[in-house]
Design a protein around this ligand. Sequence first.
Ligand SMILES: Cc1cc2nc3c(=O)[nH]c(=O)nc-3n(C[C@H](O)[C@H](O)[C@H](O)COP(=O)(O)OP(=O)(O)OC[C@H]3O[C@@H](n4cnc5c(N)ncnc54)[C@H](O)[C@@H]3O)c2cc1C
Ligand code: SF4
Length: 591
Amino acid sequence: MRDVIVIGAGGGGPVVAKELAARGLDVLLLEAGPRHANPRREWTHYENDANNPLTGFFRFGPADRTKPAWFRETNQNSFLWQLSGVGGTTQHYYGNYPRAYPGVFQGYAGADRGAYDTEHVFPFTYKEMVPYFEWVEHTAPVQTAAMGTKEEIYFRGCETLGIPVQTTKDAKGFAYRPQENAILQPGGNAGRTSDRELLVYPKATGCTFCGFCFQGCMQPVNAPRNQFAKRSTDNSYVPMALTAEVWAKAGRPITLITDAFVNQVHYEEKHGTPTATGVTWRDTNTGELHREDATVVVMSAGCTENPRLWLNSELPNPNDWVGRGYTDHFFDWVLGTFDEYTGNSKGVGSSARCDFPGHGGLENVGLPPALEAFTLALSDSGVRGAYANGRGKTGNWDGPTGRPLGKELLDIMSHGIDRLLNVLVITDDDVEAQNRVVRSALPADRNGPVAKVEFHGRQRSARTLANREFMARKAAELLKGAGAKKIYRIDWAPLILHVQSSMRMGTSENNSVLDANGEARWVKRLFIADNSALSNGLGGPNPTLSNQALSTRTAEKIFRLYFGGDPWVGKEAPVVSTDHRISVRLGQLGL
Ligand SMILES: Cc1cc2nc3c(=O)[nH]c(=O)nc-3n(C[C@H](O)[C@H](O)[C@H](O)COP(=O)(O)OP(=O)(O)OC[C@H]3O[C@@H](n4cnc5c(N)ncnc54)[C@H](O)[C@@H]3O)c2cc1C
Ligand code: SF4
């Protein structure tokens, strides 16, 4: 019998595991995918080897890459980009950590308060969230992004938009700024040389500007795992959770079991109330089933798999909101070609952004060649100019929206990967009940019926569609101001990587799964801590900081409600994940 079982070691689960391990609880962390314990041996920088969703080492599938990836049904034009393994989808992420916009919290009284999804706000105030943002920002740590040529050109475009530079972490109006990101600033020789001898730890620390964030960070060479530049949870929270006894006074290291796919959450009626009691998980190598019981169960399997696990476990769902309200920041992609060198494929992927509270945001995103070509091919408008079926909108970009093909694609790519600048449109989208995860009627896999994601690009609220158009036009304006020769808008189909709120925490029991503590409304001792617990799309900011801040708060609620302890955020000082004691202990443990 454990104190706490956490399901999923992605962006959110390790936060709860680390916080409760620091308080001395017996925590079991179960992860369906592998642990990449030795990335320099297990990973490469080759794009297909890393990113192929069927066979890459970064995929949603088991450790053994000769076995198929795990299937999810999507019956519309869309692409699900979520990973399994320790670190989950943060193995891919770019480490951008903006705070949510204040307007998406209860009690917001700004002049633009009507501009947000007021039906689906957080059930507490922004002021209450700030200490949790600060706790995570210190732990990661979050710093002002290191920047290069592509950011310089992006800022040149920003200067023509008539908006100021933002100088605080809180977004209070339209503005542009360097990213706040969870990537360690370059130190020593990092970023100053390409001589490999000099890019070895400790001659180099922090980001070496290798440009392979998408392929997972294993830089600088020879650095302890908790000193790798990108603060994905495999490099930050998980190392902390595994070494809690050396950096926390009452700390007790967690038990981490990987290749462990949870396929059932158990519950019993206790005093007339459904109450979680434990889980069954399957060893993905041997197929053996294991049962573990606990005082509290925390689901952190992500926005798509939490609803699947809930429904397969036949847990109560009286208001039918499990899996609903799946939001994705209805992304779009606008890019420009330049005659000058942009450094598109170099350095940290994305170090500059604009915020447009009430509408969404924009950020630059640099990519290696195969991923760049992929981004040009995912469109809801089909091939540029080839359709007249209501697609192919025009605007302040060149020609109709859609994917370039043939000679045009060849021209764009052969113009040079480092003469392109990409702007990612991040829409402030409404929580909508019809966007949802259900159980697929297709044949089940070994863990039960798989998830089916119902999520059309075009069936969005009028506010969401208007926000996306507003942001796409701003992106084109930015590129024009930066001096782009030609501007393309792709009209992306849903590319699901900022997915949020499918098990949302809400103010009303009519349209939410979780109460204001992060506990399931209909099953006691069952909590959810990851992107799916978020109340909405945050107004546009990237979700991981908010996920981790909320997960920290949920850990406190668990500790107070079921283990008789006091909260700690705002009273104690957080320990930074690069702390020397953690590095030394990881070395002793061979981790
Ligand atoms: C290319 C890319 C770039 C991104 N960049 C950013 C960025 O810059 N900033 C930002 O904030 N966000 C970014 N994101 C999004 C970010 O990665 C996610 O917000 C974050 O990882 C979500 O955390 P999560 O815990 O909800 O889910 P995940 O990280 O997906 O974790 C879920 C985990 O649960 C495991 N799991 C699933 N089912 C089970 C089961 N039944 N049993 C056991 N384990 C299970 C999975 O294997 C996975 O490890 C990016 C994403 C991508 C793809
Ligand atoms: S660019 Fe920096 S953060 Fe990204 S993978 Fe390379 S060293 Fe890591």
